[in-house]
Design a protein around this ligand. Structure first.
Ligand code: KG4
Ligand code: ZN
Length: 352
């Protein structure tokens, strides 16, 4: 079965054709990132305008790259939530129109379930044993998910404020070193000292107090706003409160990046390993833009018991937003071929 996936939830206009949920026949992504670099973040109206410009050529290219025409396509899948409403609308309206014209079933897909299925792309998944624990970490999402079967998700933890990727982006903006923050901070962190600054690890539970370990509501939740404030306080201290901040020395910026990254990773890895052990899973998956982070991958692998397998998306391009993951998620959805004409977009929407 071949599914055309369409993804426009943020600043990537993406279309892909995926066969039987895992074989990527094409994967086309047009990003408006360069426009957003000028503003240090995504401006919704600018992103939506770019989606309108890009959506048709991107879909045409995805079909051409996959060497398919409309007769070969069994269904269309589209991200309908969560994301920027004006961006989501472009993808959903396009998908609804194409489904109507070409008489195809239309499958709405939750963006985070797409990130989860990005780990299934280019992989043989027949021998995968459920349950698995997934850490979904991107600019807008930060969740620990227990997956007991296809599309059987339970969110066991989430962020109380910023997502990890958002924290990377905000700190990069504070340090004035570029956008998006993840790639620039991780690159600088390679040259910095992760122990230079002692930033807080906000665990939200007390490890050594037994009454907290099993029952604390926040045991698997995350909070990065305190860390963000700690970095801001440190920068204020280093620059003696001057406004705007004078440019700091590269060595200091690299140390700040390494120390910040290490604080984020410590929290993510700690909670992920704890959940993997508690739920006795055979494998753990990293998903979403931040799963591209090499130090995170290394740290989780070191801390995870050796008998638990660790996966991240098979290609870097599957970590960040793409449409192949949307087509994959749709393929594994029970009852997917029921025509779903009447659905709309949602900026916020829980996975379960
Ligand atoms: O999944 P994604 O493309 O979009 C959302 O669904 O939000 O994730 C984008 C996020 C950005 O916040 C970006 O800073 C972060 O992923 N990111 C990284 C890395 N590459 C991208 N964060 C840490 N390390 C990286 N190497
Ligand atoms: Zn995403």
């Amino acid at each position: 079965m071949k599914i055309l996936g369409i993804e426009t939830s943020c600043d990537e206009t993406a279309a892909a054709v995926v066969e039987d949920g895992t074989k990527v026949l094409s994967n086309v992504i047009a990003s408006s990132l360069d426009l957003h670099k000028q503003t240090g973040g995504v401006v919704p109206e600018v992103a939506a305008r770019e989606h309108i410009r890009q959506i048709s050529p991107v879909i045409d290219k995805a079909m051409a790259d996959a060497k398919v025409d409309w007769d070969d396509i069994d269904a269309i899948a589209v991200t309908h939530a969560p994301g920027l409403v004006s961006s989501l609308l472009v993808g959903v309206n396009t998908a609804q129109t194409l489904a109507y014209i070409h008489k195809k079933p239309l499958i709405p897909v939750h963006h985070v379930s797409g990130h989860i299925y990005a780990n299934f792309l280019d992989r043989q998944i027949n021998d995968l044993q459920f349950p698995i624990i997934i850490l979904t970490i991107s600019g807008g999402h930060n969740e620990l998910v227990l997956m007991k079967g296809h599309h059987d998700f339970k969110v066991i933890g989430e962020t109380l404020d910023d997502a990890a990727g958002e924290a990377f982006d905000k700190i990069a903006r504070l340090l004035n070193i570029g956008f998006p923050g993840g790639p620039v901070i991780s690159k600088r962190a390679e040259k910095g000292d992760p122990k230079a600054f002692d930033f807080p690890r906000v665990m939200l539970y007390e490890k050594n107090k037994s009454h907290f370990t099993k029952t604390s509501r926040d045991k698997y939740n995350f909070s990065f706003s305190g860390l963000k404030s700690a970095v801001l306080r440190e920068v204020n201290h280093l620059t003696e409160g001057a406004e705007p901040f004078p440019r700091m020395k590269d060595k200091v910026i690299n140390d700040l990046c390494a120390s910040f990254q290490s604080a984020v990773i410590d929290v993510l890895a700690d909670k992920l390993v704890m959940a993997a052990e508690e739920y006795k899973v055979k494998s753990v998956h990293l998903a979403g833009g931040v799963s591209a982070n090499q130090m995170l991958r290394k740290t989780v692998r070191e801390r995870l018991p050796k008998n638990i397998e660790l996966f991240w998306p098979a290609k870097m391009i599957y970590c960040t937003d793409n449409a192949a993951m949307i087509a994959s998620s749709a393929y594994f959805m029970p009852g997917k071929m029921k025509r779903m004409k009447d659905f709309t977009v949602h900026s916020q929407s829980p996975l379960t």
